[in-house]
Design a protein around this ligand. Structure first.
Ligand SMILES: Nc1nc2c(c(=O)[nH]1)N[C@H]1C(S)=C(S)[C@@H](COP(=O)(O)O)O[C@H]1N2
Ligand SMILES: [Mo]
Length: 325
């Protein structure tokens, strides 16, 4: 059976219930997904910058792969639960996103809880992360739907220090285009960059300004980079302007870095926040103790990237953004 994207209107449903059984009306017999149509099997919506937006329920998710990711997690209430699901990136790929470049991922719960992720982190081929769209649970050795408020769908991001980036009761998985007001400035060596957007103190950083901030180092590609942690720069130096109504508002925020040639790279704030993924992005100003030369005064380096592609040389701007619901 294939679920259609539209449930029958409730009015028609009640009218026909006079003649038909309620189960036949909904066409499903699945569990209640809270949409007022008790017969409609629950689905999660995949939408936005994808070629084929659609609703994914158990049938559609099962069809993607017979090998499910299994994760046993300890929830905030101390209970241990074993969930199963598909690699979230393969669900998005199935909806048509090419290599995902120029886009990012936004997950939204039925309660409006919202978390943004970069494709660079989300794509298992690029960062060793296997974010999973979970939709099954093992209880007493028996596999069934996810029980209770965690389900029927849950987006799980492994390896974080805090469960905040896992979205329970997932309603939507969306791709959004990466945008920024920063334009290309003709390429070439950039002597400074600005931090703009959703920050308290927008500022311009040249070499002296960067050197005045707490320094960190990291190894990447066999080199030692010195610079300022991107999280420290945004959170402590410029300060983040967060949405007051949102729970864990920084998890729904992103930073878009632009180079002098216009190249852009999006970083979700949750991936660099030490309380969550703590992945350690660096705004570097020296390599092996030397200035960056042709790479400009500052270069954004994300060392956890397997494919080493998330580097922005000749950094000209970092635009911090809140994401619209
Ligand atoms: N839909 C939704 N998912 C959510 C939240 C939320 O408020 N709504 N809170 C997050 C936070 S802050 C944490 S710590 C974990 C805690 O939930 P758990 O009991 O499932 O671990 O869920 C995360 N997922
Ligand atoms: Mo949390």
């Amino acid at each position: 059976m294939r679920w259609t994207t539209q449930s029958p209107p409730l009015k028609t449903c009640l009218a026909s219930a006079v003649l038909l059984t309620l189960a036949a009306c909904g066409g499903g017999g699945g569990s209640d997904n809270g949409d007022g149509n008790p017969g409609t099997p629950p689905t999660v919506r995949v939408q936005g910058a994808v070629e084929r937006p659609g609703n994914y329920g158990e049938t559609e998710l099962n069809a993607l792969s017979t090998k499910l990711n299994q994760d046993t997690v300890t929830l905030a209430d101390g209970s241990t639960r074993t969930f199963l699901g598909q690699v979230a990136m393969s669900v998005l790929r199935n909806a048509g996103i090419g290599d995902g470049s120029g886009r990012y991922v936004l997950a939204t719960g039925n309660d409006g809880y919202r978390v943004a992720y970069s494709v660079g982190e989300f794509d298992p081929g690029r960062s060793n992360k296997f974010a999973t769209l979970q939709y099954k649970e093992i209880v007493n050795s028996v596999q069934g739907p996810i029980v209770g408020a965690e389900g029927p769908f849950r987006l799980m991001v492994p390896g974080d220090r805090n469960a905040g980036r896992s979205v329970s009761n997932l309603a939507r998985l969306e791709m959004r285009p990466v945008t920024s007001a920063a334009l290309a400035t003709g390429g070439g060596v950039a002597g400074a960059f600005t931090v703009s957007g959703a920050v308290s103190k927008p500022a311009t950083f040249d070499l002296a300004a960067l050197q005045a901030l707490p320094a960190s180092t990291l190894s990447f590609n066999g080199n030692t980079y010195t610079g300022v942690s991107l999280w420290t720069l945004l959170n402590s130096t410029t300060g983040l302007k967060t949405e007051t109504a949102q729970r864990n508002p920084t998890l729904a925020m992103v930073a878009v870095a632009t180079g002098s040639n216009g190249r852009k790279e999006l970083v979700s704030l949750g991936e660099i926040d030490p309380a969550y993924a703590n992945l350690g992005a660096l705004v570097a100003y020296a390599i092996n103790g030397q200035a960056l030369g042709a790479d400009g005064v500052a270069q954004l380096v994300l060392p956890y990237q397997i494919d080493h592609t998330r580097v922005i040389s000749n950094l000209t701007n970092i635009e911090v953004q809140t994401t619209a619901p």
